[in-house]
Write a protein that binds this ligand. Structure first.
Ligand code: 13P
Ligand code: SF4
Length: 319
């Protein structure tokens, strides 16, 4: 603990010295989430991370999350320095959607509006008409559908299927998945629900259909936190990365939070529901990146300008 305190003190001092702001996701280590809030930064879902980074006056943004979050920050604010504790922190959705293959998919369907999830590379976004996050995907696709547009969707197949069911839109899908949410199991959740009949079931829409179908609330990380804070129930079964429990416990201290079951089950697989790439963010590499100014996010300018259009469309739509 004393080493952790010393690192946290050093990180605080460096953030101040460099006039930098820490932008953290709800899945990263609770120490980083707390530090972000304490030092005038933010902990939030991916939509609000993007908006906060763009609007903040600080010239250095430190993004504690995964690579696409750092890239989005840089695409929106090319004049700012965007640091990340570890650039190898990627995402299975991003890895599963290579830009060249994706471009060929788009070329084969020129009549469709291309809607991509935030969890993609800058090069994939450069090819898209719209970027969405889980907090606005439903509204944006519903709007496009109402205007008679057909959609090409990538890369998360579970989120895509959920949106298609909700909106009735004509959606052609890429076959990607999140390795964390894909592990939640419907049958085991059914058993857990029997043991906790009064619990509210909260599900991130990157989860499989059998799990989403049992949900009382389906939504982005922010929406799931809001559901715990504002909900009248005492117990909540949470089907998303367990990093979120830190903030839920802080904001709703009296409530009982139960992790949804994964394939490995929580007794044998403590970290099944925790993203290995989010876990790469820690106090030590946060201090290192502030000290050395590395690693930094760079996005090639032609790609950046193209990618910025689809992100701005989303930000304008949700403003
Ligand atoms: P949110 O936009 O809901 O925070 O989700 C980001 C993410 O990576 C979920 O796995
Ligand atoms: Fe990607 Fe899943 Fe990790 Fe989110 S939790 S960053 S979707 S791998």
């Amino acid at each position: 603990p004393s080493q952790r305190n010393a690192l946290a003190d050093r990180a605080r001092a460096l953030l101040k010295q460099h006039n930098a702001v820490l932008v953290a996701h709800y899945y990263v280590d609770g120490l980083l989430q707390d530090l972000a809030l304490e030092t005038g930064g933010i902990v939030s879902d991916s939509l609000e991370m993007a908006r906060f980074g763009r609007d903040h006056a600080a010239q250095t943004l430190v993004v504690a999350g995964v690579r696409f979050m750092g890239e989005t920050a840089k695409i929106l604010s090319p004049e700012k320095r965007v640091l990340m504790p570890d650039l190898d922190a990627t995402c299975s959705l991003d890895l599963g959607c290579p830009a060249d293959d994706f471009a060929a998919f788009c070329d084969a369907h020129p009549d469709r509006q291309v809607v991509v999830y935030a969890n993609t590379s800058a090069a994939v976004k450069a090819r898209a008409d719209w970027m969405v996050t889980s907090s606005c995907a439903l509204d944006i696709v519903a709007d496009l559908h109402a205007k008679g547009q057909k959609i090409l969707w990538a890369p998360d197949r579970h989120l895509g299927r959920y949106i298609q069911e909700q909106t009735g839109a004509d959606m052609l899908m890429w076959n990607g998945a999140c390795i964390v949410h894909d592990e939640f199991k419907g049958l085991e959740l059914e058993l857990l629900r029997e043991q906790h009949p009064h619990a509210q079931i909260l599900v991130h829409p990157e989860s499989p259909k059998s799990v989403v179908d049992m949900a009382h609330v389906v939504g982005s990380t922010s929406a799931l936190i809001k559901a715990v804070v504002e909900g009248t129930a005492q117990e909540y079964i949470v089907a998303t990365d367990n990093g979120i429990l830190h903030r839920m416990r802080q904001l709703a201290p009296g409530k009982t939070l139960i992790e949804a079951p994964t394939a490995g089950n929580s007794a044998t697989c403590k970290s099944c529901a925790h993203c290995p790439w989010m876990a790469m963010n820690g106090l030590a590499n946060l201090v290192d990146c502030l000290e050395s100014g590395q690693p930094q996010i760079h996005v090639e300018e032609t790609t950046r300008v193209l990618a910025q259009r689809c992100i701005n469309r989303m930000l304008d739509f949700t403003a």
